[in-house]
Design a protein around this ligand. Sequence first.
Ligand SMILES: Nc1ncnc2c1ncn2[C@@H]1O[C@H](COP(=O)(O)OP(=O)(O)OP(=O)(O)O)[C@@H](O)[C@H]1O
Ligand SMILES: [Mg+2]
Length: 449
Amino acid sequence: MARILIVDDQDSARTLLSEMLLAEGYEVDQAPGGESACTMVASNGYDLVITDLRMGEVGGLEVLRRTRETSPLTEVIVMTAFGTIEDAVEAIRFGARDFVQKPFVEDELLIKVARAARTRQLQGELRAAASDFRERYNFGNIIGQSAEIRDVLGRIVRIAPTDATVLITGESGTGKELVARAIHANSLRAERPFVSINCAALTETLLESELFGHVRGSFTGAVQTRKGLFEEANGGTFFFDEIAETPPSLQAKLLRAIQEGEIRRLGDNKPINVDARIIAATNQNLRLLIEEKRFREDLYYRLNVARFELPPLRERKEDIPPIVDAFLEKYGKKMGRKASLGPGVLEYLTGYDFPGNIRELENLIEQGVALAQDGQVHLSDMVPNSNGKNSGLQPGHQSLVHLVREVERDAIVRALRQVEGNKERAAELLGLSPTTLWRKMKRLRLEWP
Ligand SMILES: Nc1ncnc2c1ncn2[C@@H]1O[C@H](COP(=O)(O)OP(=O)(O)OP(=O)(O)O)[C@@H](O)[C@H]1O
Ligand SMILES: [Mg+2]
């Protein structure tokens, strides 16, 4: 139940109100004047302060102002005598939640109190959720001591509080999503939603309806009107993952949405305003895609306001030891066992190229901890699992998955060459459906102009 402070220099009014609220189950304190009220708020917090406006030395407006300062989450309701509504209006302007007129009607008062208490509670929950989010995505989770990573952290601090659009590029597994969430968590929008969409995971129509929503009947299967994800992000941050995968027709709509802060649901002409901060990520070279006319240049410039280029792990090997330590601890805790690196393992890791970057390192450590015997992760427990081009591995260390992928890649490339890049015919040659071929190429990050 909410904790409430009643402030009034009139004893009888205070007692009456106090009894009403106690009967409802609230926890109630009383202050006979503005000065004592301010002290009590500063030391006890309160969910709600109900204060008279006209009191001796320190009036209700001053109580309101100081409550805002010392206990910003506390809600304030002001009481005002009949005929002095202007004062109440002013108090609302200064941040009071509501006002009641004296002599008050009990029902009306209780409803207003309940509403303010609920608001306070919701805010508390939002805060808790936000601080939980912040804890998970604070800088402490972006580990590294290299100049590159320190530069990234410094720029997150500077760019997060602005509403600037951010483009994050980097190879797979370099931490693009982690950085996107850290930017949100450290922005003024932290208590509002972080909504993300993976542009590669959906077909064109579905992607559009996911993004912008649709009205009933706008396409086969649209049985109900639905709000899009973009709208859900209102007030918060929208994260476009794998932005390069957006089909060209949708890129134009995206550009308009970002530029004008306005969307239209599929099958509807009515514009809807959306205020969302945009962060986009890709592991592809957008400049190249622009040259190939597969990505709109204007969209690129619109996104590329603040740019984060995350370097591959192999170019900042000094980050490997601290990241390894963090993952050893993380998975040690998770699996309830302590493990450290056995002889030669760190040397092996720092000598390895990590085509899958930090995600690959994380998987290796997770697996290592799971397999660890007598508290040590041995070299034989390290089975790299990425589709490693540039891999610095000895063949003996390659996993089956890895080898299969290499073989697949080879076969696809050979088939494509043979039919001069015609994907339908290549699929036929390989005994696959065109979609399966497309999916495999995507998974192998194999591009064929
Ligand atoms: N500097 C870092 N410190 C600690 N963990 C990191 C760091 N960078 C990335 N990670 C972890 O590595 C994993 C991969 O990161 P993330 O998903 O952000 O990569 P990504 O760039 O989005 O990859 P992809 O392009 O494949 O989607 C995550 O579990 C993330 O928490
Ligand atoms: Mg990602």
